[in-house]
Design a protein around this ligand. Structure first.
Ligand SMILES: NC(=O)c1ccc[n+]([C@@H]2O[C@H](COP(=O)([O-])OP(=O)(O)OC[C@H]3O[C@@H](n4cnc5c(N)ncnc54)[C@H](OP(=O)(O)O)[C@@H]3O)[C@@H](O)[C@H]2O)c1
Length: 247
């Protein structure tokens, strides 16, 4: 049985989808959790629900990870409540899908700002505390399309491939401090992000997945918990693919 009691976990973008499932699995296994998203009320609602359900300490914060001021303000609250973050899951991410010929500079920039710069800004905030404690776990949520590429996702796939370089480099820098940095690359998972795809596109993806179905957020969350657990104490700079065999 995994036990994360005494650990403080921050999951970015944990009001919905995969992030919501990750934060719930950690709370279920005894961690104190920080729920975050772009709307404070939504984050507070989830935080309250988890505190009631699992009896752990929770906090809901508004944190637009693409906005440095918003990240700083959120960390004032987080540090006041918990004194720092032991396990960070960089999960928040967005898509602005369109064919490259039609892709506007703002479609490119917005996706980079959230998926890459946001990850950089949030990670900067946790490393000092982890260094002092000589213990930390950072898990970045990439995507299968960062490895395969995908039509209409030049911006998104670039960021998801970028997160792998981020993971590998940071893992090397932080290993001497016992801070492990890994990535999880989900395939197609049932969330709002994939809900917006057209039915015929969903069907064509399903045909390519050896397990014949989309994954569930919980199936990604459990792999994140594994990477944060003592079972993975000798793994760093690695990516685990959770995609039903598509890649
Ligand atoms: N679904 C998939 O098939 C799939 C596959 C591979 C990888 N992924 C990756 O997995 C992660 C989660 O995806 P998902 O499908 O769960 O997405 P989702 O259902 O669209 O949820 C996105 C989450 O990110 C938050 N968010 C959006 N913009 C943000 C910002 N600027 N700052 C902070 N939080 C922000 C949202 O919070 P609010 O609503 O509160 O603003 C929400 O909680 C993403 O990194 C995605 O790229 C997903």
């Amino acid at each position: 049985m995994l036990d994360f009691s005494g650990k403080t976990v921050l999951v970015t973008g944990s009001t919905r989808g995969i992030g919501r499932a990750i934060v719930e699995e950690f709370a279920k296994h005894g961690a104190n959790v920080i729920v975050s998203g772009t709307v404070k009320e939504r984050a507070e609602e989830v935080a309250k629900e988890l505190a009631e359900k699992y009896g752990v300490k929770t906090l809901g914060v508004e944190m637009d990870i693409s906005n440095p001021e918003s990240v700083e303000n959120a960390f004032k609250e987080i540090n006041a409540a918990f004194g720092g973050v032991d396990i960070l899951v960089n999960n928040a991410g967005i898509t602005r899908d369109t064919l490259f010929l039609r892709m506007k500079p703002e479609d490119w920039q917005k996706v980079l700002d959230v998926n890459l710069t946001g990850t950089f800004l949030v990670t900067k905030q946790v490393v000092r505390h982890m260094t002092k404690k000589r213990w930390g776990r950072i898990i970045n949520i990439s995507s299968v399309v960062g490895f395969t590429g995908n039509v209409g996702q030049v911006n998104y796939a670039t960021t998801k491939a970028g997160l792998i370089g981020f993971t590998k480099s940071l893992a090397k820098e932080l290993a001497p401090r016992n801070i492990l940095v890994n990535a999880v690359a989900p395939g197609f998972i049932e969330t709002d992000m994939t809900e917006t795809l057209k039915d015929e596109i969903k069907e064509s993806y399903k045909k390519q997945i050896p397990l014949g179905r989309f994954g569930k957020p919980k199936e990604v969350a459990r792999v994140v918990l594994f990477l944060a657990s003592p079972m993975a104490d000798y793994i760093t700079g690695e990516t685990i693919h959770v995609n039903g065999g598509i890649y």
